[in-house]
Design a protein around this ligand. Sequence first.
Ligand SMILES: *[C@@H]1O[C@H](CO)[C@@H](O)[C@H](O)[C@H]1NC(C)=O
Ligand SMILES: *[C@@H]1O[C@H](CO)[C@@H](O)[C@H](O)[C@H]1NC(C)=O
Ligand SMILES: *[C@@H]1O[C@H](CO)[C@@H](O)[C@H](O)[C@H]1NC(C)=O
Ligand SMILES: *[C@@H]1O[C@H](CO)[C@@H](O)[C@H](O)[C@H]1NC(C)=O
Length: 341
Amino acid sequence: MKLLVSLIFLIISVVVESQFTSTGFPTQVLSSNSPWNTPIGNNPTVDPLSSSTVNRIYTELGQGGLSTNFQLHYYQWTAPLHLVNTSLPVNRIKIFQPQGEGYHETVDPLGLKVITNLPVLTSFNPDPKLDGHMIVFDTNLKVFHEFSRFKWVNSTTAEATRYDTFSYTHNGTYPAFVPGSRWWMKGVRGSGAPFIAGLIRFDEIQRGELNHAIAFGGPLNRQKSSASSPWSYELCSPVSSRTDGYVVGDNTIMEGQRIQLNPSYNINSLPPKAKLIAQALQTYGGYMVDNAGDFGIYFENLGASGSNQWESQYGTDLSTLYNIPITQFRVLSCSNISTKV
Ligand SMILES: *[C@@H]1O[C@H](CO)[C@@H](O)[C@H](O)[C@H]1NC(C)=O
Ligand SMILES: *[C@@H]1O[C@H](CO)[C@@H](O)[C@H](O)[C@H]1NC(C)=O
Ligand SMILES: *[C@@H]1O[C@H](CO)[C@@H](O)[C@H](O)[C@H]1NC(C)=O
Ligand SMILES: *[C@@H]1O[C@H](CO)[C@@H](O)[C@H](O)[C@H]1NC(C)=O
């Protein structure tokens, strides 16, 4: 009997523990039914303008003198992921909105333009580029805190243009143009998607498990499909809830739209970590969630180029991903376009 009881405890604790890594971070981010955790399946509907769109991206990047290779954002224009344990005493900070707007009403219901009591250690810093994205995960309460354009003022105050918080079991989506005022303040990505959604983390590449869709940035994100559209913005719901796409035209990609690495592209000769990512790009694909000067995907920021673990441990392996022609990607049809005047 005693043995049976301890066996059951052992099984329960193994099951429970396996949902989190030794650092307290969940092995699966967002709910199982999140679009970020759902495979594409066989024979998805490809957008009729997919080739035209991808070719246009290729041509425009080339004409602009930019790289036409698939890109990896791993040391800038992405976000670091910091862990904090609020069952211990931790530094608490106040953030304020420097552009004079209230944050979204889900986090700033009174429109005070200030949020207090956030657990952010003084050692935490954002991505070094203008967008200053930063992700903080509370291993005690299992919630994410995300920021855009985070800038320290002093050890207890920072400014940030956007702030969002959600549980690790949330589905990672919000309704389009989130009802209420200030819909453009929801979520920290240009698309309103959470930053952790689709971010490639170091722990999962180390473990060799990458079971989710991947975040894409691109240079040809749609504002609307035609200059004569009666609306101003167009996006693919539910992955995107707002859009900062600025290109008018139908051979463009909607924010929230799904992209897939051609499943017949042969990935067998890739080294192990690059292959893991390429496999995920075929099985889960990715979603277009932000503007970028190139066409690429996002990795957890582990520090400056030349001194980070992505390069020191997997640099040679991962650099083979640059050889995947961007014309091997296809844009899938959006089944739920949302528009706003
Ligand atoms: C957080 O701190 C508490 C108290 O010291 C500890 O029991 C718990 O294991 C810590 N959690 C993580 C994930 O480190
Ligand atoms: C930090 O800056 C804020 C805003 O300027 C100010 O109100 C606060 O007193 C400062 N705190 C410290 C500890 O310097
Ligand atoms: C995601 O969760 C929210 C809040 O629980 C819910 O309103 C919404 O319908 C869910 N969306 C999807 C696509 O599951
Ligand atoms: C379609 O978009 C609307 C607006 O965002 C959303 O409320 C609805 O849940 C979406 N439906 C599906 C099936 O994703």
